[in-house]
Design a binder for this molecule. Structure first.
Ligand SMILES: CC(C)(COP(=O)(O)OP(=O)(O)OC[C@H]1O[C@@H](n2cnc3c(N)ncnc32)[C@H](O)[C@@H]1OP(=O)(O)O)[C@@H](O)C(=O)NCCC(=O)NCCS
Length: 140
C-alpha cells in the first residue's frame, strides 16, 4: 500500500540500481535482461520518453517509451511494483505518456503474457497487422 500520494516524474535520469530493483519487484524483470547492467543502462539511456512513479523515496512504477512524438511511440516497458499494483499507477503512466505525444500519434506495445487482459482494460485494442522480427530470426 502507498503511504501518501503517488508522485509522477518525467525523465530517464534515474538510478540504474533502483530501476533494476523495480523491474524485479514488478515481476517484469523475468522477461527483461534485468541482470545485464550494460543492456539495462542502454535501455534506460536511449528511451526518450520515461515516466516514473514515486511513493515517497520508493520507486514504484516506470513507463519506458521510444517516441518520435509526432506519429508513433513504442511503449517498451510498463512496470508497477507488486505492492502498488491495481491502484491506477499503470493507467496514469500510460496517460502521461500519451499526453506527451501529438494527439494524432499512435502508442504501440507488445504485451507480456500476464498483461494481455490489462491493456484492453485501459482502452487499448489488439492490432491484427502487427509483426515482430525476433532475435535470431533470419531475414529471408
Ligand atoms: C500490468 C501492470 C503494468 C498494470 O499496472 P497497475 O498499476 O497494476 O494497473 P492499474 O491499477 O492501472 O489497472 C487499471 C485497471 O486494470 C486492471 N488490471 C490491472 N492489472 C491487470 C491484469 N494483469 N490483468 C487484467 N486487468 C488488470 C485493474 O484492476 C484496473 O481495473 P479497474 O480500473 O476496473 O479498477 C502491472 O500489474 C505490472 O507491472 N505487472 C507486471 C509487469 C508486466 O507484466 N508489465 C507489462 C509489460 S507489457
Amino acid at each position: 500500500m502507498s503511504a501518501g500520494p503517488i508522485e509522477y516524474r518525467r525523465g530517464n535520469e534515474l538510478d540504474l540500481e533502483q530501476v533494476i530493483e523495480l523491474y524485479h519487484a514488478s515481476t517484469l524483470g523475468a522477461r527483461r535482461p534485468a541482470d545485464d547492467r550494460a543492456r539495462m543502462r542502454d535501455m534506460l539511456a536511449h528511451a526518450n520518453l520515461v515516466f516514473s512513479a514515486w511513493d515517497g523515496p520508493l520507486l514504484v512504477g516506470i513507463s519506458r517509451t521510444l517516441a518520435d512524438f509526432a506519429f508513433v511511440a513504442y511503449l517498451a516497458d510498463l512496470a508497477v511494483r507488486e505492492s502498488h499494483q491495481r491502484q491506477g499507477i499503470g493507467r496514469e503512466l500510460i496517460r502521461l505518456t500519451r499526453h506527451a505525444l501529438h494527439p494524432q500519434a499512435t502508442l504501440v506495445l507488445l504485451s507480456a503474457p500476464a498483461a494481455v487482459d490489462y491493456y484492453p482494460r485501459v482502452g487499448m485494442s489488439r492490432h491484427p497487422q502487427a509483426f515482430v522480427l525476433k532475435p535470431g530470426d533470419p531475414i529471408v
